[in-house]
Ligand binder design. Sequence first.
Ligand SMILES: Cc1cc2nc3c(=O)[nH]c(=O)nc-3n(C[C@H](O)[C@H](O)[C@H](O)COP(=O)(O)OP(=O)(O)OC[C@H]3O[C@@H](n4cnc5c(N)ncnc54)[C@H](O)[C@@H]3O)c2cc1C
Length: 386
Amino acid sequence: MKIETSKDAQHWRAIAREYADEYLQPHEVEAELNDGVLPQEITSRNKKRAIELGFTAIDVPKSHGGLELPMESQVALWEQLGRVTNALSWCFAEAQEWMFDACSESQIEKYILPMMRGEKKDCYAITESGPGSDLTALEATATRDGDDYVLNGEKWYVTSGNLADFFWFQGRIPDDNDDVLFLVDQGTPGIEITATPKFSHTYAAHHPTYQFTDVRVPASQRVGKSGDGMAYMHSWFRHERLMIGARCCGAAARLIEEAMAFANERVVDGVPLSEKQLIQVMLADSATELYASRLMTYEAARAVDRGENVKVLHSRCSMVKLYVSEMANRVADRAVQIFGGRGYMRENVAERFFRELRVDRIWEGTSEIQRLIIARSLLKRGLDEM
Ligand SMILES: Cc1cc2nc3c(=O)[nH]c(=O)nc-3n(C[C@H](O)[C@H](O)[C@H](O)COP(=O)(O)OP(=O)(O)OC[C@H]3O[C@@H](n4cnc5c(N)ncnc54)[C@H](O)[C@@H]3O)c2cc1C
């Protein structure tokens, strides 16, 4: 399926595809059957190669030694990594552009540049059990005490908590109700894992629950200035929502290709399954929805590159996340159906994606929350300005 993209995007697409095919995809079943964990030498080799290829620096400003790729090229890259199951592409950390706006030079030196070099990994401690989707109601507190802040609160679903070196911790200053973001090192006294729930997917990265009790951090660990706390998270959400769109396009493409190959080869009633029109309908619907998804994802990325109004971009990224994640789930469901019983085996890519893609409708804001964002933008700006 061809859509018009820049030469640069095509270049990164080719590099990422080769990496996904050669370094990641061959290890999916091994990971699936081993709680998501690969032998250390394979994970290290994959990470090393990703760093050599520049993947950790794609969103880093050139002024800090990064590649500063256009968003269109970043989407092209992540689309190809999205073809792989078991989150094997999470073997490297990403330093993102918003971090360079948000962080002080000393924070950049201590946390962000080491991520680009592959020396540190981060995780996000935002969600809480009570407020859930409502991030305006977070209960974790950050109380000033001399030159320090004291953090308290419980954080759920902290992805990669078991692998990360530091947290982005979102809290609130009790007196002025100001949202604040902190960089907090793993191992700081007062941080405790209270649960490591099992989830549907089989990933090496866990999503533990953390209790922060009187965790003391120097004021220099606070990110940005007063009032900016949630704005940084919104930047992160926009980026991630777009990249979820990209990865879901890659997953859907792989699923369609694998289901089609199976349908061509499997013979029922003396003919290939692909000659059955009921099977063709599933393939045709999937390809059509993927086409729409790719067009909207790439167009949203180009809108970012054009520097369009950030509020408009916010709702466009929500539209991408909503539509493309739901599309990929429909495609995975059809792929399982085409594979029949084989599609229900964990060794089958359709079975794995069927479980793994489900969370793309939940994290980084559920589909319902995306709809609320889109509706708010529509009612405020009107269709022509969206
Ligand atoms: C595997 C996994 C990894 C995650 N990783 C991270 C992470 O690294 N860091 C982090 O901070 N968080 C993480 N999350 C949390 C994730 O972002 C939240 O689960 C998500 O935002 C939804 O919040 P909730 O689970 O509390 O659901 P709830 O807010 O309790 O929602 C339950 C249901 O109600 C709906 N709903 C809620 N509010 C409204 C409303 N106003 N109108 C209509 N419907 C509504 C929701 O759409 C949903 O269907 C992760 C979650 C999962 C499952």
